[in-house]
Design a binder for this molecule. Structure first.
Ligand code: SAM
Length: 276
């Protein structure tokens, strides 16, 4: 929302929401530029956007460009009619993007633990015309895989330090270590659902929340990283053995990107099948 925007150093991006029939013409009158990401535009008029009918009608979504990467056809690419879990969903930017990519088919189980944020999530999904999603007001880590039909894709975008977004961010090592432990736990729990693919993303620049989480998760021999580096140019490598496969960006006021990190895990079994 607007409140958040005031506290970021970043320009505004909008995503066209085809679930509400949003189209490029809906941006007429906004001073906007294309981006390399389908349906995503950079706009310069920040103050008035909340007043626009197309915004209120859910035809456009305010969403940072980095936040539009995980669900993409080139990255997680959930197939239509499949089953998906979003482990940490509110306010629902990525959930609704997943839904749009699936054309509202199949089913997304969207977990959110926080009672206030779960309401925001519901409101946002309704506003955006999402109909293939069941909101689960629960701690994802307490969910049992055997209670769900086979899940093929997981999006895991857990709470993080937000070091890639917040203007006056002050690192706190205890908090970062605590977040890292939580992030590992939630990804490892998600892998118990045996998805074909799991996308992990954080808007952090700390190696603890990024590569060190991946490093730990890779101890599971059933999953490996898929190389997604070609879809967005990383601007930094910390020299981990898998650094060439992940996306890692510092926040950059010129490109308007927030700082973020994305890694795509794929089941080794599935990779073997795909490779014949
Ligand atoms: N993916 C969201 C989006 O793109 O709009 C942003 C998610 S935000 C980074 C993380 C969310 O996870 C918060 O709303 C938080 O309340 C929720 N959360 C944290 N721990 C959780 C857990 N164990 N189970 C479910 N939700 C959790």
């Amino acid at each position: 929302g607007e409140e958040k925007l005031k506290h970021t150093r970043n320009p505004l991006f909008v995503r066209i929401n085809t679930l509400r029939g949003g189209k490029i013409e809906d941006l007429d009158g906004l001073d906007c530029e294309e981006t390399p990401i389908e349906h995503v535009y950079r706009v310069s008029c920040v103050s008035s956007i909340n007043d626009l009918k197309v915004y209120r009608d859910g035809k456009i979504v305010i969403q940072n460009i980095a936040s539009c990467l995980p669900a993409l056809h080139t990255i997680l690419n959930p197939e239509e009619h499949s089953r998906v879990i979003d482990t940490c969903s509110a306010p629902g930017n990525k959930t609704s993007h997943l839904s749009m990519i699936m054309n509202n088919t199949g089913k997304i189980h969207a977990f959110e633990m926080d009672p206030n944020r779960v309401e925001t999530l519901r409101t946002q999904l309704n506003k955006l015309g999402v109909t293939n999603t069941e909101v689960v007001h629960d701690d994802f880590i307490a969910s049992a895989p055997e209670e769900f039909e086979a899940v093929r894709y997981v999006l895991c975008d857990p709470s993080c330090s937000g070091s890639g977004i917040h203007l006056n961010y002050k690192p706190d090592q205890d908090r970062i270590d605590h977040l890292k432990a939580f992030q590992i736990k939630i990804v490892e729990h998600a892998l118990k659902f045996r998805p074909e693919k799991l996308i992990y993303s954080v808007c952090s620049e700390h190696r603890e929340e990024c590569e060190e989480v991946v490093e730990e998760v890779l101890r599971n021999p059933e999953y490996d990283l898929e190389d997604i580096s070609g879809f967005w140019k990383s601007d930094e490598s910390l020299g981990f053995p898998f650094s060439h496969k992940v996306i890692r960006c510092r926040s950059n006021s010129e490109s308007g990107s927030i700082g973020f990190f994305i890694a795509l895990f794929e089941s080794v079994e599935r990779q073997r099948v795909a490779d014949g």
